[in-house]
Design a binder for this molecule. Structure first.
Ligand code: ADP
Length: 272
Protein backbone atom coordinates (compact mmCIF):
# COMPACT_ATOMS: atom_id res chain seq x y z
CA UNK A 1 0.00 0.00 0.00
CA UNK A 2 1.47 3.39 -0.97
CA UNK A 3 1.48 5.94 1.87
CA UNK A 4 -1.31 8.55 1.84
CA UNK A 5 -0.39 12.21 2.31
CA UNK A 6 -2.42 15.43 2.32
CA UNK A 7 -0.60 18.64 1.42
CA UNK A 8 -2.31 21.89 2.45
CA UNK A 9 -0.35 24.69 0.85
CA UNK A 10 0.46 27.16 -1.89
CA UNK A 11 0.25 26.90 -5.65
CA UNK A 12 1.89 29.49 -7.90
CA UNK A 13 2.79 30.06 -11.49
CA UNK A 14 6.58 30.55 -11.57
CA UNK A 15 7.89 33.03 -14.14
CA UNK A 16 11.54 32.03 -14.45
CA UNK A 17 14.26 34.02 -16.23
CA UNK A 18 17.79 32.70 -16.67
CA UNK A 19 20.40 35.49 -16.38
CA UNK A 20 24.19 35.74 -16.64
CA UNK A 21 24.32 37.43 -13.22
CA UNK A 22 21.68 38.55 -10.71
CA UNK A 23 20.92 42.30 -10.94
CA UNK A 24 21.95 44.72 -8.17
CA UNK A 25 19.42 47.36 -7.01
CA UNK A 26 18.69 49.66 -9.93
CA UNK A 27 20.49 47.44 -12.45
CA UNK A 28 18.80 46.02 -15.56
CA UNK A 29 20.18 42.73 -16.86
CA UNK A 30 19.25 40.89 -20.04
CA UNK A 31 17.74 37.42 -19.66
CA UNK A 32 19.01 34.46 -21.67
CA UNK A 33 15.94 32.20 -21.19
CA UNK A 34 12.32 32.46 -20.00
CA UNK A 35 9.87 29.80 -18.85
CA UNK A 36 6.45 29.65 -17.16
CA UNK A 37 6.30 26.65 -14.82
CA UNK A 38 3.85 25.52 -12.15
CA UNK A 39 5.24 26.12 -8.66
CA UNK A 40 4.49 27.11 -5.07
CA UNK A 41 6.05 25.15 -2.20
CA UNK A 42 2.77 23.32 -1.48
CA UNK A 43 2.18 22.21 -5.06
CA UNK A 44 5.87 21.37 -5.57
CA UNK A 45 5.92 19.13 -2.50
CA UNK A 46 2.61 17.48 -3.49
CA UNK A 47 3.97 16.73 -6.97
CA UNK A 48 7.27 15.51 -5.48
CA UNK A 49 5.47 13.12 -3.11
CA UNK A 50 3.26 11.79 -5.93
CA UNK A 51 6.31 11.15 -8.17
CA UNK A 52 7.82 9.21 -5.27
CA UNK A 53 4.78 6.91 -5.25
CA UNK A 54 2.57 8.36 -2.51
CA UNK A 55 -1.21 8.85 -2.90
CA UNK A 56 -1.47 12.62 -2.56
CA UNK A 57 -4.39 14.97 -1.87
CA UNK A 58 -3.79 18.72 -2.29
CA UNK A 59 -5.82 21.54 -0.67
CA UNK A 60 -5.20 25.13 -1.74
CA UNK A 61 -6.51 28.12 -3.73
CA UNK A 62 -5.97 29.65 -7.16
CA UNK A 63 -7.28 32.83 -8.77
CA UNK A 64 -10.14 33.45 -11.17
CA UNK A 65 -7.70 34.14 -14.01
CA UNK A 66 -5.75 32.70 -16.92
CA UNK A 67 -2.82 31.57 -14.73
CA UNK A 68 -4.91 29.13 -12.66
CA UNK A 69 -5.07 26.17 -15.05
CA UNK A 70 -1.37 26.49 -15.89
CA UNK A 71 -0.46 26.64 -12.18
CA UNK A 72 -2.43 23.41 -11.50
CA UNK A 73 -1.12 21.52 -14.54
CA UNK A 74 1.75 19.86 -12.68
CA UNK A 75 -0.54 18.56 -9.91
CA UNK A 76 -2.91 17.15 -12.59
CA UNK A 77 -0.09 15.45 -14.50
CA UNK A 78 1.28 13.89 -11.32
CA UNK A 79 -2.14 12.39 -10.51
CA UNK A 80 -2.68 14.41 -7.33
CA UNK A 81 -6.30 14.69 -6.07
CA UNK A 82 -6.92 18.46 -6.25
CA UNK A 83 -9.23 20.54 -4.01
CA UNK A 84 -8.91 24.28 -4.72
CA UNK A 85 -10.99 27.35 -3.88
CA UNK A 86 -11.08 30.07 -6.56
CA UNK A 87 -10.51 33.60 -5.31
CA UNK A 88 -8.77 36.76 -6.64
CA UNK A 89 -5.45 36.27 -8.44
CA UNK A 90 -3.37 33.11 -8.82
CA UNK A 91 -0.14 33.33 -6.80
CA UNK A 92 2.95 34.13 -8.85
CA UNK A 93 6.68 33.83 -8.20
CA UNK A 94 9.15 35.93 -10.17
CA UNK A 95 12.38 33.90 -10.21
CA UNK A 96 15.83 34.84 -11.49
CA UNK A 97 18.46 32.11 -11.79
CA UNK A 98 22.10 32.84 -12.64
CA UNK A 99 24.74 30.62 -14.27
CA UNK A 100 25.84 29.12 -10.94
CA UNK A 101 22.27 28.18 -9.97
CA UNK A 102 21.98 31.03 -7.42
CA UNK A 103 18.51 32.59 -7.37
CA UNK A 104 16.44 35.65 -6.38
CA UNK A 105 12.71 35.19 -5.84
CA UNK A 106 9.72 37.51 -5.35
CA UNK A 107 6.49 35.73 -4.35
CA UNK A 108 3.10 37.47 -4.72
CA UNK A 109 0.74 35.18 -2.74
CA UNK A 110 -2.65 36.17 -4.25
CA UNK A 111 -5.16 33.37 -3.63
CA UNK A 112 -2.71 31.52 -1.35
CA UNK A 113 -3.41 34.14 1.34
CA UNK A 114 -7.04 32.93 1.38
CA UNK A 115 -6.41 29.18 1.88
CA UNK A 116 -8.64 27.87 4.70
CA UNK A 117 -8.10 24.75 6.75
CA UNK A 118 -9.45 21.48 5.39
CA UNK A 119 -8.86 19.89 8.85
CA UNK A 120 -7.60 16.99 6.80
CA UNK A 121 -6.40 14.58 9.51
CA UNK A 122 -4.11 11.64 8.73
CA UNK A 123 -0.62 12.42 7.38
CA UNK A 124 -0.41 16.14 6.63
CA UNK A 125 2.38 18.30 5.19
CA UNK A 126 2.29 22.13 5.29
CA UNK A 127 4.66 25.00 4.50
CA UNK A 128 4.40 28.69 5.42
CA UNK A 129 3.07 30.20 2.17
CA UNK A 130 -0.55 30.05 3.46
CA UNK A 131 -2.09 31.75 6.56
CA UNK A 132 -0.60 30.62 9.88
CA UNK A 133 -4.09 29.96 11.36
CA UNK A 134 -4.66 27.42 8.58
CA UNK A 135 -1.36 25.68 9.37
CA UNK A 136 -2.28 25.63 13.08
CA UNK A 137 -5.71 24.08 12.37
CA UNK A 138 -4.10 21.37 10.20
CA UNK A 139 -1.53 20.66 12.91
CA UNK A 140 -4.34 20.13 15.45
CA UNK A 141 -6.31 17.78 13.21
CA UNK A 142 -3.41 15.68 11.84
CA UNK A 143 -2.27 12.29 13.15
CA UNK A 144 1.25 12.88 11.70
CA UNK A 145 2.11 16.53 11.00
CA UNK A 146 5.16 17.63 9.02
CA UNK A 147 6.00 21.32 8.66
CA UNK A 148 8.53 22.70 6.19
CA UNK A 149 8.99 26.05 7.96
CA UNK A 150 9.69 27.97 4.72
CA UNK A 151 9.83 30.84 4.00
CA UNK A 152 11.66 31.82 7.21
CA UNK A 153 9.62 33.34 10.07
CA UNK A 154 9.02 33.02 13.80
CA UNK A 155 6.42 30.48 14.98
CA UNK A 156 4.28 30.23 18.13
CA UNK A 157 5.68 27.61 20.58
CA UNK A 158 2.36 25.71 20.77
CA UNK A 159 2.46 25.15 16.99
CA UNK A 160 6.08 23.92 17.20
CA UNK A 161 5.03 21.45 19.89
CA UNK A 162 2.42 19.91 17.58
CA UNK A 163 4.94 19.30 14.75
CA UNK A 164 6.07 15.67 14.41
CA UNK A 165 8.73 16.47 11.78
CA UNK A 166 10.11 19.95 11.13
CA UNK A 167 12.17 20.58 7.96
CA UNK A 168 14.28 23.76 7.86
CA UNK A 169 17.41 25.25 6.34
CA UNK A 170 19.84 27.28 8.50
CA UNK A 171 18.01 30.60 7.97
CA UNK A 172 14.62 29.07 8.73
CA UNK A 173 15.96 27.46 11.92
CA UNK A 174 17.45 30.80 13.06
CA UNK A 175 14.15 32.63 12.39
CA UNK A 176 12.06 30.27 14.58
CA UNK A 177 12.60 32.23 17.86
CA UNK A 178 11.82 29.08 19.90
CA UNK A 179 13.89 25.89 20.11
CA UNK A 180 12.08 23.01 18.36
CA UNK A 181 12.19 19.94 20.65
CA UNK A 182 10.87 17.20 18.32
CA UNK A 183 12.40 15.67 15.20
CA UNK A 184 14.12 18.32 13.04
CA UNK A 185 15.70 17.86 9.60
CA UNK A 186 18.20 20.66 8.95
CA UNK A 187 19.29 21.02 5.31
CA UNK A 188 22.79 22.29 4.54
CA UNK A 189 22.75 22.81 0.76
CA UNK A 190 25.50 20.86 -1.04
CA UNK A 191 26.72 19.52 2.34
CA UNK A 192 23.51 17.49 2.78
CA UNK A 193 21.42 17.39 5.95
CA UNK A 194 21.31 16.40 9.61
CA UNK A 195 18.48 14.96 11.68
CA UNK A 196 18.18 16.34 15.23
CA UNK A 197 16.05 15.12 18.10
CA UNK A 198 15.82 17.16 21.29
CA UNK A 199 18.63 19.29 19.84
CA UNK A 200 20.97 16.25 19.51
CA UNK A 201 22.20 14.96 16.15
CA UNK A 202 20.75 11.48 15.45
CA UNK A 203 21.64 11.08 11.74
CA UNK A 204 23.60 12.82 8.97
CA UNK A 205 23.74 12.31 5.20
CA UNK A 206 25.58 13.83 2.26
CA UNK A 207 24.06 14.14 -1.21
CA UNK A 208 25.58 12.49 -4.28
CA UNK A 209 27.81 14.94 -6.18
CA UNK A 210 25.85 16.72 -8.92
CA UNK A 211 26.38 19.77 -11.10
CA UNK A 212 23.96 22.29 -9.57
CA UNK A 213 22.12 24.39 -12.17
CA UNK A 214 19.01 25.59 -10.27
CA UNK A 215 18.38 25.20 -6.54
CA UNK A 216 14.72 26.38 -6.79
CA UNK A 217 12.98 23.17 -5.68
CA UNK A 218 15.81 21.32 -3.89
CA UNK A 219 14.22 21.97 -0.48
CA UNK A 220 10.80 20.87 -1.77
CA UNK A 221 12.20 17.62 -3.20
CA UNK A 222 14.09 16.98 0.06
CA UNK A 223 11.04 17.61 2.27
CA UNK A 224 8.65 15.45 0.25
CA UNK A 225 11.15 12.61 -0.03
CA UNK A 226 11.90 12.62 3.70
CA UNK A 227 8.18 12.52 4.59
CA UNK A 228 7.35 9.79 2.04
CA UNK A 229 10.39 7.70 3.05
CA UNK A 230 9.44 7.89 6.76
CA UNK A 231 5.79 7.02 5.93
CA UNK A 232 7.18 4.02 3.99
CA UNK A 233 8.71 3.04 7.35
CA UNK A 234 12.27 3.25 6.09
CA UNK A 235 14.93 3.68 8.82
CA UNK A 236 15.81 7.31 9.56
CA UNK A 237 19.32 7.14 8.07
CA UNK A 238 18.01 5.69 4.81
CA UNK A 239 15.14 8.23 4.69
CA UNK A 240 17.63 11.09 5.14
CA UNK A 241 19.98 9.68 2.47
CA UNK A 242 17.10 9.39 -0.02
CA UNK A 243 15.91 12.94 0.80
CA UNK A 244 19.43 14.31 0.15
CA UNK A 245 19.55 12.48 -3.19
CA UNK A 246 16.13 13.92 -4.11
CA UNK A 247 17.35 17.45 -3.30
CA UNK A 248 20.54 16.93 -5.30
CA UNK A 249 18.64 15.65 -8.35
CA UNK A 250 16.28 18.65 -8.20
CA UNK A 251 19.26 21.05 -7.89
CA UNK A 252 20.84 19.48 -10.98
CA UNK A 253 17.85 20.33 -13.22
CA UNK A 254 16.18 23.55 -14.39
CA UNK A 255 12.79 24.66 -12.99
CA UNK A 256 10.69 23.65 -9.98
CA UNK A 257 8.17 20.86 -10.70
CA UNK A 258 9.87 19.56 -13.87
CA UNK A 259 13.03 18.95 -11.80
CA UNK A 260 11.42 16.70 -9.15
CA UNK A 261 12.72 13.10 -9.24
CA UNK A 262 10.90 9.76 -9.21
CA UNK A 263 11.65 6.94 -6.74
CA UNK A 264 13.43 5.03 -9.57
CA UNK A 265 15.73 8.00 -10.25
CA UNK A 266 16.63 8.17 -6.55
CA UNK A 267 17.32 4.41 -6.45
CA UNK A 268 19.53 4.80 -9.56
CA UNK A 269 21.67 7.68 -8.26
CA UNK A 270 22.13 5.98 -4.87
CA UNK A 271 23.24 2.77 -6.60
CA UNK A 272 25.98 4.58 -8.59
P1 ADP B 1 16.72 25.14 0.58
O1 ADP B 1 16.65 25.32 -0.90
O2 ADP B 1 15.39 24.89 1.21
O3 ADP B 1 17.56 26.14 1.31
P2 ADP B 1 18.97 23.32 0.53
O4 ADP B 1 19.67 24.26 -0.39
O5 ADP B 1 19.62 23.01 1.84
O6 ADP B 1 17.46 23.73 0.79
O7 ADP B 1 18.77 21.97 -0.31
C1 ADP B 1 18.02 20.88 0.17
C2 ADP B 1 18.77 19.60 -0.07
O8 ADP B 1 19.02 19.45 -1.47
C3 ADP B 1 20.14 19.56 0.62
O9 ADP B 1 20.01 18.99 1.91
C4 ADP B 1 20.94 18.67 -0.31
O10 ADP B 1 20.73 17.31 0.00
C5 ADP B 1 20.33 18.94 -1.69
N1 ADP B 1 21.13 19.94 -2.42
C6 ADP B 1 20.91 21.27 -2.51
N2 ADP B 1 21.87 21.87 -3.24
C7 ADP B 1 22.74 20.91 -3.62
C8 ADP B 1 23.95 20.87 -4.40
N3 ADP B 1 24.48 21.98 -4.93
N4 ADP B 1 24.56 19.66 -4.57
C9 ADP B 1 24.05 18.53 -4.04
N5 ADP B 1 22.92 18.52 -3.30
C10 ADP B 1 22.26 19.67 -3.10
Amino acid sequence: MPPRLTVVGSVNLDLVAGVEHLPRAGETVSGVAFERVPGGKGANQAVAAARLGAEVVFHGAVGVDGFAAEALAGLREAGVEIHVERVGQTGVALILVDRSGENQIVVVPGANAAVESARAGGNVLCQLEIPLETVEAEASAAAFFCLNAAPARGLPPDLLERVDLLVVNRYELEALEHEPRGLVALTLGAEGAVLLEGGEEVARAAPPAVEAVDGTAAGDAFTACLVVSLLERRPREEALRRACAAGALAASRFGAQPSLPTAAEIDAILAR
